[in-house]
Design a protein around this ligand. Sequence first.
Ligand code: HEM
Length: 397
Amino acid sequence: MSTEIDIYDPSLYEAGMPWDRYARLRENDPVHRHAEPGGPGFWAVTRHADIQHVSRHPEVFSSHAGGIMVPDATEEQLSRNRLMMLFQDPPEHTVTRSVVNRGFTPRMIGKLEDHIREICHDLVGAALARGSVDFVADIAAPLPLYVICELLGAPPEDREKIFTWSNALIGADDPEFAAGDLTPIFELLSYASALGAQRRAEPRDDIVSKLVAPGEDGTSMDDLALGVFVMLLAVAGNETTRNAASGGLQAFFDHPEQWRRLLEDRSLLRTLPDEVVRWVSPVITMRRTALADTELGGQKIPAGEKVVMYYPSGNRDAAVFPDADVFDIGRDPNPHIGFGGGGPHFCLGAHLARMEVRVLFEVLAERAPDIAPAGPTRRLRSNFVNSLKEMPVRMGG
Ligand code: HEM
């Protein structure tokens, strides 16, 4: 309780990740009572083991009572999200997750690899033809969006509008959105419902068809549930992967010896995605609420209090990672918590995200080995996602 270290202020993050502050908290005050402007305050959890403990005990640490910490959002605004599985607790969550797991099998995700490679070649090829591009706008942002369109079986001509809705949902382009504009939500919901109706009538071998068809137990997703799920994908699968791609490239710029290592040995593509996710930690926090009085890291946490997990901090915890502050694309094992600390909410898209990162760096290494920074980057002012807004690069020599 003694240390006054701010890891909340979003402007800190605009300047860069507060690695030193995380390290001091891990060392001196790993479950830190943190003040919150306009809010009751929360417990900042910064050690790997404590984050795993919170993630794996949903009966004590609930997602339902507001699973994220968004500056300035009221509890009422956050409560709109409760239809999403990210904000459900077992047993409700267990039911939803078992339905969506049907669509996210290794076979369904594996089928996407060739498409992902094609998308990466198209994006990298177009960037090479232009010479200099903004890596975020021209490669890192469109890649996950196109992959989600592919996953849904949405035709390419719908990509732009899905992109616009998704960006509005995550507030990437529109700071006013938090103030309550529901238009993109309704547009995406009705788009997804129409897609569901279409697949119910004419099933294909795609994820939406799997979700809307009755499973062995007779359950399936209705239009609203599908719409909400598509919205969650648009939020959870988009900016996260974008940040892994741009943050990963930045890590290579900062550690050119690792880029040379990859150019010389492509077998490192196997371990690279997890190290990129550990290093970048695209999601900074998820929040839980204590349902009962409990204890964590030596602190007594009363029922009703908020607990915020700082994944980037856990991912640099020297108790778990040898040379935790070294970017090592061959790191193995790599028990990072960039996709969550385990438990029921562990990232549904982890395999897909790893595949996207792996294939993107495979294609960059092959076609743009001389890629280099071409100007200063700009970061998003956010304590929720570790995000580059702009990253000028030169594609070739
Ligand atoms: C949940 C990270 C990509 C879909 C999560 C969570 C994290 C995360 C930290 C919360 C875990 C928890 O609360 O315990 C990431 C990162 C990604 C990524 C770092 C990219 C590098 C994706 C992709 C998709 C996706 C590509 C789907 C297309 C989801 C869903 C959930 C989730 C649906 C909620 C799962 C649940 O509540 O059961 N992700 N994610 N994510 N992610 Fe990801």
